[in-house]
Design a protein around this ligand. Structure first.
Ligand code: SF4
Ligand code: ZN
Length: 123
């Protein structure tokens, strides 16, 4: 078992999508695919699309020297993400954003409450 990089719920290590938040997980390890290797002191993850979009569940991330699922972030995406990625509903995206930024949500709520109190005090 390991955790979804987005919602942090536990998921099966070979899960293709997170059953909790629907995130498509790309680095679940495929046998028989080109093994990419980092050169010199760099790590593959530094320039990997799946590190950048936070969808990689590979335990070696972010220090992978070798990886079969590496996808160069500077290369155009060949993957037909838009074809099978479920289009997220706007409210669902907002919910996910709130789950990912709880501190910011708390701060915004605090600002809203203090603005409201200020307005009420002026009456
Ligand atoms: S290089 Fe491999 S381990 Fe690193 S982020 Fe990309 S897919 Fe994950
Ligand atoms: Zn998830």
């Amino acid at each position: 078992m390991q955790n979804c990089p987005r919602c942090h719920q536990s998921i099966h290590r070979e899960a293709l999508t997170c059953p909790h938040c629907g995130t498509i997980l790309k680095a679940y390890g495929h046998p028989g695919i080109t093994l990419h290797r980092a050169t010199g002191d760099t790590f593959l993850c530094e320039s990997c699309t799946y590190h950048a979009d936070d969808s990689c569940t590979f335990p070696k991330r972010p220090h992978a020297k070798e990886c079969t699922l590496y996808q160069d972030v500077s290369q155009p995406q060949l993957e037909a993400n838009s074809i099978y990625a479920p289009r997220r509903h706007f409210l669902e995206s907002v919910k996910l954003w709130c789950q990912r930024h709880p501190a910011l949500v708390g701060l915004l709520a605090l600002i809203a409450v203090s603005l409201l109190l200020t307005l009420m005090a002026q009456k």
